[in-house]
Design a protein around this ligand. Sequence first.
Ligand code: CO
Ligand code: CO
Length: 372
Amino acid sequence: MRSRIEKLLQAMDDFGLPGIALNPGPTLTYLTGLHFHLMERPTVLLISAEGEMALILPALEAGKLSKISLDIHAFTYDDDPETRPGAFRNAIEHLDLPGEDLGVESTRMRFLEMVYLGEALPGRAFVDASPCLADLRMIKNQNEIEKMRHAAHIAQTALLAALKGVQVGMTEKEVANQLIIQLLQAGSGPELPFAPIVAFGENSANPHSVPTDRALQPGDLVLVDWGASCEGYLSDITRTFTFGTVDPELLKIGEIVLQANRAGRAAGKAGLAAGSVDQAARLVISQAGYDEAFIHRTGHGLGLEAHEEPYIFEGNSLELGIGMTFTVEPGIYLAGKGGVRIEDDVVVTEKGLESLTDLPRALLPVEDLLEA
Ligand code: CO
Ligand code: CO
C-alpha cells in the first residue's frame, strides 16, 4: 500500500495537485485497503502532496483503521450532523493543505461531501483528479492480473452451471437468477460487477437489455453478459448462443462478430494507440456492411471497476502499456431480430494481448457448449 501511495504522490506532483479528496470507491480501496460504502454519512480521505493522510468518517467506522498498517489520522463525528463540519475543519487543519486546488474524482465525489469540504476550505477550487488517478490504476501488476484471471474463471464456471438447466419456456429473469446463484457458488465475491444481462431473441438487439419475463423459444439467440469478482477485481464477459434453428442472418452476424473480436484481440500491442484495437474490430464489421449496427465502442478498461481507463474507442491515442487490462467486445445489433456480442477480457503483455477469458466464442447451440 505504501508503494501505491508513493506512486500517487509522484502523479500528484506531475499533475501539480497539492491535495486530493477521495470518497468511498475503488480508488480509496486501492490506496488504503479500506472498504467503505457510499451512504448518507460522508466518508472522505484527504491526502496532501507530502503524503499525510486524514480520514473523516462516522465514529462507528473508525475501528477499520486499526486493521491497516498505513498511518492515517482519523477525524470522527457522531450521529448528530452538527458534528460533521468540525471533523472536516480539524482534518484540513491537520493536513495544513495550502489554499490551492483540491483534486476530486469527478464520477464519485458528491454534493454532500463537497459542501462540507467547501465550508472548511472557503475559496478553494475543486479540480478533476481523474486523469491523475487513472494513470495510477491503469497498469496492473501480476498479482492484480491473477485476481482478474480468477474472476474470469469463476464467471465461466458459473455460466456453464447456469446453462445446464436451460429449456423452452424459461424466462430471462429465471436464467439470470440461476446465473447469480452459480456465480456466488463458484466463489465470486458478494458484490457482482453488475447485474447479469440475459437477453433472448429480439431483446438481444438491445446492448443494455434488462432481464424480463420473456420466455425462451426455439429460434432465439441467447445473449449473456455477466461477470464475477475476486478480491475486488472483476471480470466482464459476453457470449451469444443459439437455441434451436435461428435465422441465417443471425448466424452470419455471429461469424462477423467473431472475426471482429479476433481482429481486435490481434491488433492490440504495447506502444500502439488504444484506438487501434477499436479500428481493427470496426473494420471487419464495416467491410461486412454492418457498420451502422455496431453502435458502441469496442471496449473499456477493467479492474476494480467494471468501466475504467483505458477506453477502447476509435480516436483514443492513449498508448497501450504492458499490464493494462480491458475488454474487447464488438457487437452487431439488428432491431426486432437479435444481436450478437462477443466480449473477452484481455491484458497487454510483451507478446500482444492475452485473453483472460477462454470460453468458446463462436455462436454455438447452447447444448453444444455444455458438451464442449
Ligand atoms: Co459486458
Ligand atoms: Co464490458
